[in-house]
Every structure is written in structure tokens, then in C-alpha cells.
Design a protein around this ligand. Structure first.
Ligand SMILES: Cc1ncc(COP(=O)(O)O)c(C=O)c1O
Length: 482
């Protein structure tokens, strides 16, 4: 939950206003609000007698339901923190617990709980989730769904979604996608888990990627994804990385690898696109060795300065598993992703998914199918592309003005950028940012331990904040840069 600001008219003077930060913590909105109000009263930030805003006003300020605020007020009245009288509204009780001194603004301590701003990469702007369009699609999809849609169904997922995705992926990403080869999963990470188990334990037979013991990964990536593979009993070896991207030509020198995991359209987190010769090298290696390429196309829709780079899978659909996700284009909370699997692996991947009994809900799948086929997905992606592009331009502009020594890269696509720092400063900058209430990640966090360390840098997720927090986050970032 984010920190929100609400203005409280003071009861001690008609024109006095207390600008109070309400920090909602924890998972319960009502209990979070109650804790925040108790804190404000205890510390004296809300003085005895102060009139609180109406539940309607505060609910609108905080973006929560009016009942949530009304219930919180009522409970605090019962506990004796607040009083409520007809005609004079809800006020801070005159007799309250002893005050604790407010922390001195001169000495900011480490930020506890949630930071005020987050530029941690990996999340889209969650405030932009297209709630209204999604609800409309859900209504239409559920109304039209056949009775059997409410049953267990095909482990590959709802046929409506697989059909619509096959068409969309071919059109927008250049994927060769027959609906029979599409497998819906609960997030990319789930897909990787399924592929890991199929690669590790699949029967030895002709066809790609069987009985694999080792998987090559990029020098930069996400440890939680690497862990999905090692949890399946696979060893990892990391490929080198240079200014042109991941050195896929080195695959030929790896003895044991039976598969390689790549982010070809937009390397995560470095942000470069894999150049054509290195794309071909990966597919050639797979053909020559019977290996498999696992293509993570996590944010392929968001490219700003030219046409999106098509999927690698189009080069050889029998040697490349394509993995896409709704986590960037819509929201990670949906837990909806998709794989397009070589024909020879479809049966095993579907069986592994059926056995794992980890399916995405049929109603969300039907809703996404309707959302895509109605054109709402394309509209949403287009609108978000414009928004992220504008933020990217603002980030680059702010850096040029306020931190001209910082080199920024990886900005042609996606929703994060890499800001190179002076050598030896990465940890200190991340720490300083935390003290200022800004969450941001250093590049070292994404580096595979078996390859030589890269430059000191920040990975800045400019897509993460809500619009209302963006300029504050950008300002906080510029303040902590050397
Ligand atoms: C590189 C990369 N791939 C894939 C994903 C999507 O993961 P999931 O679909 O499990 O949310 C992410 C999300 O942060 C990511 O950063």
C-alpha cells in the first residue's frame, strides 16, 4: 500500500489546515488506516479537538471505499481516540494517550515499512490497470461462457484464450503460434518451472531438449528465475555479456548445456536487443546440438523508437519456446502468462501442468480472451506505451539537467533504464535512496555470480510509480545521484 497525503482542516481555527501524511501499512485497508490515525494522534501530529475530514472526503483522498473510512472512524470512537457528535463531525478526542515526540525532520532515520516512492524495476504502473474495461470484458465473457468452462478443463488452458493469443502473438510479435501449442500458465515463473521439470526428467527420445542437465543463462537476469531452474535439478552456466548484449556465440563452447534462457527483444535488465547475428547463433546452436532456446519476451510490446523487435521463436518454432506474460502489459497480480511450445514438447508440458494442478482461473482466462479480441488490450498497450515513453523522456531530461555525469542506457524499450554510477558508489547510492524513502535497485542485484562483475549502476523502473507519485520519485532519484 502506498503512502498517501490527505489535508485535515484543523478544529482550532477556521483557516488552519494540517497537511498530514497518512501512511497505510499492512494488507488491511481499515486496520492500516486505524494504525495510521492512532500514530498521528499519539505523536501529536493530529492535535486534540482537530476535526477530521468526512469519511467521503478522506475516502476519495486515499482512493479507498467510504465504508472503510467510516468503519475505521467508528472503531476509533469506540476505542476513545476520536469523538463523534451530530453536527460537529468526527474529532480527535480531548483526552488521548500521552504524546510521543515527533521524529526530528533534521535527522531522517532509515525508512521503516514501505518507502514513500518506488523505482524498483519489474512492475508496471498498477494504478493504470484498466479496471472498467476489464470488468466489461469479464461481464461479457462470463455471460457467454459455456457451462463446461466452469469445470477443470484442458491443462493447457481455455481454448478461447489460446486461440485469441495465437492470433495476437502472430500479429503483434511475429510468433508462429498454433492454438494447440499454446499453454497458459500462472505467470512466466510458473512456465519456467514447468519447462525445468520437463527438460530435466523428460524421457530420452528424439526431439529437442530432453534429459537436460544444464541450462545456459545470461550474465544478467533475475535470481528467482534462475532458482526455478535449479529447483528442478538443473545446473546453470552463465554466458558472457558485452556492449552488444549476451554472447550467444559462446554457446558452442559450452559442453553440457541442453537449453539456453534468453531475453532477446530487451535484455533484462541491461536493456539491449540481441543483435541479428547473435539471435541466429542461438538458434543455430539449438539446431546443431538438439538444444532448446527459452525466449522470455516479458515486455516486447513496449518499444519506443522503432517497430518492436519480433520474437526469436519465428526463426525456428521447433527449437524455441516462446514465453510471454500479462505481468508488464496489464498487471502481475493477474498471474497470467503463456508459452508457445514446440510440437514435440506440447504433450509433456501439458502433462506437467496437469500434474502440478496449478492452473489460472478459467474466468480470468476467458476475460483476457475477451479483452484481447475486443481490441481493449491493443488500446491499453498503446496508451501505456505513450505514458511510459513520456516518463522515459522525462527521466532522460531530468538526468541531463540535474545529474549530467550519469550515463543512461537501455532506454529504447520497456519500463526501466540503467543509470551508470561512478565506480564503487552503487551500494552507497542505494542506501542513500532508502534513507530518503526511495526504493531502487543496484545492478549488482541482477548479476550472475559466476561472471565478472559489471559496472556500478542503478536499474530504475520508471514504469513502477503511479502518475501521482512519478514526479516525486524522479525528484528523489535526482537528489541521491552523485
Ligand atoms: C525478466 C522478466 N521476465 C519475466 C517476468 C514476468 O514474470 P511473471 O509472469 O512470473 O510475473 C518478469 C517480471 O518481473 C521479468 O522481469
Amino acid at each position: 500500500m502506498t503512502k498517501e497525503r490527505a489535508t485535515f482542516p484543523s478544529g482550532t481555527g477556521a483557516d488552519l489546515h494540517v497537511d498530514l501524511r497518512i501512511e497505510l501499512r499492512g494488507t488491511g485497508l481499515r486496520s492500516g488506516l486505524m494504525d495510521a490515525l492512532r500514530d498521528a494522534v499519539r505523536s501529536g501530529r493530529l492535535a486534540p479537538g482537530t476535526r477530521l475530514p468526512s469519511s467521503r472526503t478522506l475516502a476519495a483522498d486515499l482512493g479507498v471505499a467510504r465504508n472503510t473510512v467510516a468503519d475505521a472512524y467508528a472503531e476509533l470512537v469506540t476505542e476513545g481516540w476520536l469523538t463523534a457528535r451530530q453536527g460537529s463531525g468526527t474529532r480527535v478526542a480531548r483526552r488521548t494517550a500521552p504524546r510521543r515526540p515527533a521524529p526530528s525532520p533534521q535527522r531522517p532515520g532509515p525508512v521503516r515499512g514501505r518507502p514513500a516512492y518506488s523505482l524498483v524495476p519489474g512492475s508496471p504502473d498498477l494504478a493504470s490497470f484498466p479496471r472498467t474495461e476489464w470488468l466489461k470484458a469479464a461481464r461479457r465473457a462470463i455471460t457467454a461462457a459455456p457451462h463446461e468452462a466452469f469445470g477443470y478443463g484442458d491443462p493447457r488452458g481455455r481454448p478461447e484464450l489460446r486461440t485469441v493469443l495465437a492470433e495476437y502473438l502472430a500479429r503483434a510479435r511475429g510468433v508462429y503460434a498454433d492454438p494447440d501449442r499454446v499453454v497458459i500458465c500462472s505467470g512466466y515463473a510458473h512456465g519456467l518451472m514447468l519447462l525445468g521439470s520437463v527438460l530435466r526428467s523428460g524421457p530420452r527420445s528424439s526431439g529437442p531438449g530432453r534429459r537436460v542437465r544444464e541450462v545456459a543463462v545470461e550474465a544478467y537476469g533475475l535470481d528467482l528465475h534462475w532458482k526455478r531452474l535449479t529447483d528442478a535439478g538443473l545446473r546453470l552456466s552463465a554466458l558472457g555479456f558485452d556492449e552488444r548484449g549476451t554472447r550467444t556465440g559462446d554457446l558452442a563452447a559450452l559442453d553440457g548445456a541442453g537449453a539456453v534462457l534468453l531475453t532477446p527483444a530487451h535484455q533484462f535488465p541491461m536493456g539491449v536487443a540481441l543483435p541479428p547475428d547473435r539471435r541466429t547463433a542461438a538458434v543455430d546452436w539449438a539446431c546443431a546440438t538438439g538444444g532448446l532456446v527459452l525466449e522470455d519476451d516479458y515486455d516486447g510490446e513496449f518499444r519506443y523508437d522503432r517497430q518492436p523487435i519480433g520474437a526469436l521463436q519465428g526463426l525456428d518454432p521447433e527449437r524455441v519456446v516462446y514465453l510471454g506474460t500479462a505481468s508488464k502489459s496489464l498487471a502481475p497480480g493477474l498471474r497470467l502468462a503463456w508459452m508457445v511450445v514446440p510440437e514435440a514438447l506440447v504433450g509433456e508440458v501439458a502433462a506437467a501442468k496437469g500434474e502440478s494442478d496449478w492452473a489460472s482461473g478459467a474466468l480470468d482466462q476467458l476475460t483476457l480472451a475477451e479483452f484481447i479480441s475486443s481490441g481493449a488490450y491493443d488500446r491499453h498497450v498503446r496508451a501505456m506505451r505513450l505514458r511510459y515513453r513520456r516518463r522515459r523522456d522525462e527521466l532522460v531530461g531530468a538526468l541531463a539537467e540535474r545529474a549530467p555525469g550519469i550515463r543512461v542506457s537501455g532506454i529504447a524499450a520497456g519500463m526501466h533504464a540503467v543509470l551508470e554510477l561512478p565506480p564503487g558508489t552503487e551500494r552507497a547510492v542505494v542506501r542513500a535512496a532508502a534513507w530518503q524513502g526511495l526504493a531502487v535497485e543496484g545492478l549488482g542485484r541482477f548479476h550472475h555470480p559466476s561472471t565478472p562483475p559489471g559496472p556500478d549502476a542503478l536499474v530504475v523502473g520508471y514504469g513502477t510509480p503511479a502518475d501521482s507519485a512519478w514526479s516525486g520519485a524522479l525528484d528523489a532519484l535526482c537528489r541521491v545521484l552523485p
